[in-house]
Design a protein. Structure first.
Length: 119
């Protein structure tokens, strides 16, 4: 939701019966009171994870960072690829690239299933 000056005033995420509200403290209390008049909300404090996504809030720099590292690690473990070569995005251009080990003949990699596991 935006203010008259075009600045973002509130980020509100709704998924089924979960509601995530990110607003300045004063507006948070006001909005929570309005929601309480209709619903019976439960405040769980600062969000750390939502739907498998890690949420990091940096109040000092006004930043919200979403990270799926743990979800990706779970997918790698499920397909026995936790020791696979990792590369960071964006990829560094100054580092030497490590080569992935070739698959043994006849080994199938369930690429479609792995990609389908991503949210």
């Amino acid at each position: 939701m935006y203010g008259v000056d075009g600045e973002v005033r509130m980020l509100l995420t709704v998924y089924v019966d979960d509601l995530l509200q990110m607003v300045p403290s004063a507006l948070c209390t006001q909005t929570a009171d309005q929601l309480k008049s209709v619903f019976t909300p439960t405040s769980m404090g600062d969000v750390k994870f939502l739907l498998g996504i890690e949420i990091k809030i940096d109040r000092n720099h006004n930043k919200i960072v979403y990270c799926q590292r743990e979800h990706i690690d779970e997918i790698l473990k499920a397909y026995n690829k936790q020791d696979a070569y990792r590369c960071w995005t964006p990829q560094s251009t100054s580092e030497a690239k490590a080569r992935a080990k070739p698959l043994a003949p006849g080994t199938k990699l369930p690429y479609r299933e792995i990609v389908g596991s991503l949210q």
